[in-house]
Ligand binder design. Sequence first.
Ligand SMILES: *[C@@H]1O[C@H](CO)[C@@H](O)[C@H](O)[C@H]1NC(C)=O
Ligand SMILES: *[C@@H]1O[C@H](CO)[C@@H](O)[C@H](O)[C@H]1NC(C)=O
Ligand SMILES: *[C@@H]1O[C@H](CO)[C@@H](O)[C@H](O)[C@H]1NC(C)=O
Ligand SMILES: *[C@@H]1O[C@H](CO)[C@@H](O)[C@H](O)[C@H]1NC(C)=O
Ligand SMILES: *[C@@H]1O[C@H](CO)[C@@H](O)[C@H](O)[C@H]1NC(C)=O
Ligand SMILES: *[C@@H]1O[C@H](CO)[C@@H](O)[C@H](O)[C@H]1NC(C)=O
Length: 799
Amino acid sequence: MKLTFFFLLLLLLLLLLLPLFATCSEKQVYVVYFGQHDGEKEANEIEETHHSYLSLVKESEAEARESLLYSYKHSINGFSALLTPEEASRLSKLEGVASVFRSRPRKYSLQTTRSWEFVGLLEEDGRAIKSIRRESDVIRKAKFGKDVIIGLLDSGIWPESKSFSDENMGPIPKSWKGICQTGPFFNSSHCNRKIIGARYYIKGWENYYGPLNSTLNDYKSPRDFDGHGTHTSSIASGRRVPNVAALGGFARGTASGGAPLARIAVYKVCWPIPGQSKAWGNTCFDEDMLAAIDDAIADGVHVLSISIGSYEPENYTVDSLAIGSLHAITKNIVVACAAGNSGPGPSTLSNPAPWIITVGASSIDRMFVAPLVLGNGMKIEGQSVTPYKLDKMYPLVFAGEVAGQKVPQSLKGQCLPGSLSPELTKGKIVLCLRGNGTRIGKGEEVKRAGGVGFVLGNSASNGAEISVDAHVLPATAVVADDAVKILAYINSTQKPMATISPARTELDSRPAPFMAAFTSRGPNIIDHDILKPDITAPGLNILAAWSEGDSVTKLENDHRIVKYNFDSGTSMATPHVAAAAALLRAIHPTWSSAAIRSAIMTTGNTLSIFLSALLFIMAKSARMTNNMGEGITDAKGKPANPFQFGSGHFEPTKAADPGLVYDASYEDYLLYLCNINVTSLAPKFKCPKVAPKTTDLNHPSLSISKIRGPVTVRRTVTNVGGGKSLYFATVKPPMGFSVVVKPSILKFNKIGEKKRFIITVKPHKDAKSMVGDNGYGFGWYTWTDGVHMVRSPMAVSLA
Ligand SMILES: *[C@@H]1O[C@H](CO)[C@@H](O)[C@H](O)[C@H]1NC(C)=O
Ligand SMILES: *[C@@H]1O[C@H](CO)[C@@H](O)[C@H](O)[C@H]1NC(C)=O
Ligand SMILES: *[C@@H]1O[C@H](CO)[C@@H](O)[C@H](O)[C@H]1NC(C)=O
Ligand SMILES: *[C@@H]1O[C@H](CO)[C@@H](O)[C@H](O)[C@H]1NC(C)=O
Ligand SMILES: *[C@@H]1O[C@H](CO)[C@@H](O)[C@H](O)[C@H]1NC(C)=O
Ligand SMILES: *[C@@H]1O[C@H](CO)[C@@H](O)[C@H](O)[C@H]1NC(C)=O
């Protein structure tokens, strides 16, 4: 009797709970987007409106309130909430709702097995410091960016770093409206006249993964545990810090960001991935990023630097960075975003919207040479920033020969965790190949198995791109060709031997820059008629400030803490360009966001140039010395093209005086969206019956896909150089096409004057046989007055 009662009760409970479980598991975060705000509604009023929409699909008022994550009420009008697909669908049909899309977690742009690692040390050379004195006129003119505010969406900041000292900085700009949000290990004293604002956004993350707890090694506050956000912030705007020493104590020099007196506003939106090594990167949720951008716009940032990319290209309608940055354009905020690190394959690019500056990554001319000397006397030029030495020759083996029995054949050379046999590995130098697993993790595995040294061999797809790491044992990394040579040596002798020489810094390496193998590429599959990326900037082995919460390698068992560290990725390239934009904003406060992008793009350099200390890049790049006088190549030494570098390598000092700019307004972007039938981004905008063609958007580059016959496009240039001037057009047409610019001479009488011209592209009969294997041909058109060179790349494909 009693038992039956309990049984019934249990059954009842289960029945009651079941539907609850069922709906819970179906619920996901959706963004419900309305577009722009009407006029001057109070924040409360807006949130109430959002509630009332939610109440229409939820059972109760309480449930509506509980399901809401964020109400976007400054510039962006919308909210994110937990919804079932059915509720989402009902909401999407309601009057006033422009779109409803599911949020997905995103990753930092550096995430592939081929990259995402860290670390090192740098010997600073005196030349770099001299060059800053010689070439700082643009930085000086920009007053080092002192009234410009750079917002960074990232993993937070390590505020104690000297790179963020506010010593001798003036008062916070009066326009600033942001806050200093406090939390664990981050109180109001951690903001200063340098870090003028700090906030964090974690609701989306916590909804997905559960409450952030201490096992995850992060702080529920703007403090950066990871290191990534500290790194990008200091590249954009770190102070000049003399006598910086890195791991091992042997790197010493002056560090500096591109706009060292600009202010930093921290928007922490990226968090660890539970159950995954930090070495694989972090994750950032759409709803958190939208909230951050909405706040950043209201806070009054001038530039947004966003080193975040999606796994794959996304349509604008579901791309929170595209939506958020379109709102930023209304306030003339310049938005720089990472192209992503999903290269070297084609069509891997993220952040393709034309109102964003999409940044690719390339190398600088510095190497950290640590030769591998083989038993036969052959010397292989490896690179390393590992501060450990080998005293003599040791047996050398290929990882495949010393892997455990159970390791699948295809992964035998990879040194994945637990894969090496300690018996066979002990006392040896092990050659591991790249491909699966992190670089730094392979070194850890060799050490675990008792190896004395480690050679990291590039796979063919990595080519000559080497990201240096502070491995946990003596190590060096070699290019793909050299890995093959070492394998051949191992095969050729009974007793292969080797030793690794200590690392030293070498400058003037050639060619430089070359494109990083990992940088994501066009063609832009979201819109073939917008050429992306826009520009490339240094993103390989960049030294900058680091979090002291995390180790130098992010490995859990590594306890080496550093203040400055190396990192690689389009994540590092992006704040270089954001810094350039900040300097331009300081020099030309009235320029539009599009004008600033144009200035950066049309002065980009596609020749190999001489670049020295990476943190001085802003000052150095004006020199534009060709170090080989040839076009930029990819990591395998093949010519690179605009699908990798866009308009070329950025040249901030030249960008300050571009001569002409291709300007575009917010409305121009809305007309562009009308043309491609994407009306939900700005639903209140009345599209004309016939909107201008995409190819007529006044972008500083040109892409025309699927050409059948002659195509004519329009452009407008604005004179921002001297008053009276005469510009002449020159053209380098893609092979198999003719390109005519009309008129071919533009005469300007005053600053601000606009002139229109048209470009006619015509395929020759034999064009099909002339385009590259990717179906595209590339060319240029240039306006020059003898002083300025205003260059635009073009990409064309046949129908
Ligand atoms: C903030 O924390 C630091 C220690 O990290 C402490 O020295 C300082 O007094 C704190 N400031 C405030 C306002 O609590
Ligand atoms: C912390 O979070 C992780 C991942 O969500 C979870 O696996 C773990 O059990 C949590 N630990 C504690 C102490 O709550
Ligand atoms: C973008 O949207 C279009 C139309 O809905 C769809 O055909 C296409 O597959 C989408 N592209 C991506 C990359 O999601
Ligand atoms: C190794 O990498 C290859 C290619 O990237 C991938 O297809 C494979 O799934 C990976 N294997 C493991 C065990 O991670
Ligand atoms: C080394 O020898 C193995 C078999 O003994 C062979 O599969 C491999 O291709 C050789 N490698 C080189 C680089 O010669
Ligand atoms: C937009 O819609 C119009 C009318 O339905 C159609 O003709 C046109 O091809 C569409 N454009 C794009 C880019 O989808």
